[in-house]
Design a protein around this ligand. Structure first.
Ligand SMILES: [Zn+2]
Length: 273
């Protein structure tokens, strides 16, 4: 655990790849470019795993430990129990994560089977899933909860009859303007904003993203943006006509588009166009 090269270049990339393969297996989707992104995210997560657990780490390394390891990174920074011990931190941030990905992937399937619109059984199941998804993305989820839920969504849902809140798959969500045939949503950590339409048609897709966030942590957005550039390049190189939308979507069957969207489109059963 004290060998920088082993932890950064092998242990953490392999951890992310293993978790993603299990998530893909249970979600019945596969995509090699997402696995490639896991290797690079694993190197970032592994790097701050090491620098953040050195004796008396720099404030930036402490912040990046929380960015890379969520609640467990915060426990390490706060000196709670022995979370600053690399072995203990790895047990929670990696081994617990792999177990949580397997369980939530299975329970998300159950949630989708029970019902894709708000329902009591789905709400109760959500209470079980939430603690497994919540620890990994404190910053992305925290910003979304404060801006979109506390400051705006809750109040808008009370006063406007085309906005509503829900809680399925351990994921608090807002439907800002429900109804109609077209839906468009963004997953931010363990929260989902449905900007237009009903979440029900996108629920499988967005829940796949919530599990990706457990694996990529707060690195998901930087890598998703990088994936957008990759998406444009694959569109340019493909025999299909170039489409700028491949920055944020993926082809339903071909390897064209954002790598972090490809398996999500295949597993969620949604067609981008
Ligand atoms: Zn998506």
């Amino acid at each position: 655990m004290n060998n920088y090269l082993f932890v950064i270049l092998i242990l953490w990339p392999c951890t992310l790849v293993a978790a993603t393969l299990l998530n893909m297996l249970i979600s019945q989707a596969f995509n090699w470019s997402e696995l490639l992104f896991c290797i690079f995210a694993g190197i970032c997560i592994g790097y701050f795993f090491m620098t953040g657990t050195e004796p008396a780490p720099h404030a930036i390394d402490q912040f990046m430990l929380i960015f890379s390891h969520g609640l467990f990174g915060l426990f390490s920074v706060a000196g709670i129990r022995d979370f600053s011990n690399r072995m203990v931190l790895y047990q929670w941030s990696a081994l617990f994560m792999i177990a949580a990905v397997i369980i939530t992937a299975l329970l998300d399937r159950l949630a989708l089977t029970i019902g894709k619109s708000m329902n009591t059984a789905g709400f109760l199941l959500s209470l079980l899933i939430f603690p497994l998804k919540a620890p990994f993305t404190l910053i992305t989820s925290g910003v979304s909860l404060i801006i979109f839920f506390l400051f705006s969504g809750i109040w808008v849902a009370i006063f406007r009859n085309n906005t509503r809140l829900g809680f399925l798959g351990g994921t608090p969500y807002i439907e800002w303007n429900f109804g109609g045939n077209y839906s468009f949503a963004t997953t931010l950590g363990f929260t989902v904003n449905t900007w237009k339409g009903n979440l029900s048609t996108l629920l499988g897709h967005e829940l796949y993203h919530t599990r990706q966030y457990m694996i990529f942590r707060d690195w998901f957005i930087p890598f998703w943006l990088l994936g957008g550039i990759w998406g444009l390049i694959t569109s340019m190189l493909s025999s299909n006509p170039f489409d700028i939308r491949y920055f944020f979507i993926a082809h339903p069957s071909k390897n064209i588009g954002n790598p972090l969207e490809q398996a999500a489109y295949h597993s969620g059963g949604t067609k981008p166009f």
